[in-house]
Design a protein around this ligand. Structure first.
Ligand code: ATP
Length: 242
């Protein structure tokens, strides 16, 4: 097994058309843990995930997965290599059942019964609505379906964009429980998150992005324990966190 972080970005710049969006992203995602990417709206978090997944090509810098350069590699090649992406809009099919959504997510259209059972225990609402159209699910349940879809086969790295967006506090608490269980499986996760309770409950390491640049990297424990650092970084990155 290769030493070092599972994923690393060094000096990554990304342009979208003529716009220079990422201007120096440095990031390390250790194996088996959760890394949280924090930053205010428009800071460049989603663009960072898209650059890792290959939906955008970096114009400068290096993206490495298991130590190998993958910058600019096509999304399907990254997916085949064990990277899964859960976009903010979730990408589920409202007119298809939960079961059909899950089946479509498996590369060969088939998946192990044990794994499915584990996922349905992690996200019990999916078992309840298994034969129902995904369109009837609540916002939180749709999020859970999109995460379960990304995990239908074992993946080495999950990129998840703001799973708590628009969710009520009680649902966020249920989501924290599900993610704690997911952590026990030692799946490596890079999570974009604005909800500090969610981020600090789950994150092992953290990176803060502002204006397309990494402005802080460290452990979540250090950030949670240091009020001054929180004030400085979260004042910058998170408005009105509690
Ligand atoms: N297709 C595009 N064309 C031009 N600019 C874009 C495009 N997509 C994103 N941007 C700009 O890039 C910047 C970073 O956007 P990005 O979505 O990565 O931010 P974010 O940190 O994920 O924000 P949020 O928390 O609001 O989702 C923003 O200023 C955004 O307006």
């Amino acid at each position: 097994m290769t030493e070092g972080p599972l994923l690393s970005l060094a000096g990554v710049h990304t342009h979208i058309g003529q716009y220079h969006i990422l201007q120096g992203i440095d990031l390390e995602v250790p194996r088996g843990g959760m890394t949280v990417l924090l930053g205010r709206n428009g800071a460049g978090k989603t663009t960072t995930l898209k650059t890792i997944m290959g939906l955008l090509a970096p114009s400068q810098g290096e993206v490495r997965f298991r130590g190998q350069p993958i910058g600019g590699r096509r999304p399907h090649a990254n997916a085949r290599d064990g990277i899964a992406y859960v976009p903010e809009d979730m990408g589920i099919f409202a007119g298809l059942t939960v079961k059909e959504n899950m089946t479509l997510a498996a590369r060969e259209g088939a998946f192990s019964a044990d794994r499915l059972d584990w996922l349905l225990t992690l996200f019990p609402a999916l078992r309840k609505f298994w034969e129902s159209p995904a369109g009837v699910l609540s916002g939180g349940q749709k999020q859970m379906l999109s995460i379960a879809r990304a995990m239908i086969e074992p993946r080495d790295l999950l990129l998840i964009d703001e799973p708590t967006k628009g969710l009520a506090p009680a649902i966020i608490t249920a989501m924290i429980d599900a993610f704690r269980e997911l952590k026990r499986s030692e799946t490596t996760v890079l999570l974009v998150e604005q909800n500090f309770l969610f981020a600090s409950s789950l994150g092992d390491t953290v990176a803060v992005v502002d204006d397309g640049r990494t402005v802080h990297r460290g452990t979540m424990a250090e950030l949670t324990a240091d009020a001054e650092l929180q004030e400085r970084l979260l004042g910058l990155s998170l408005e009105g966190h509690s």
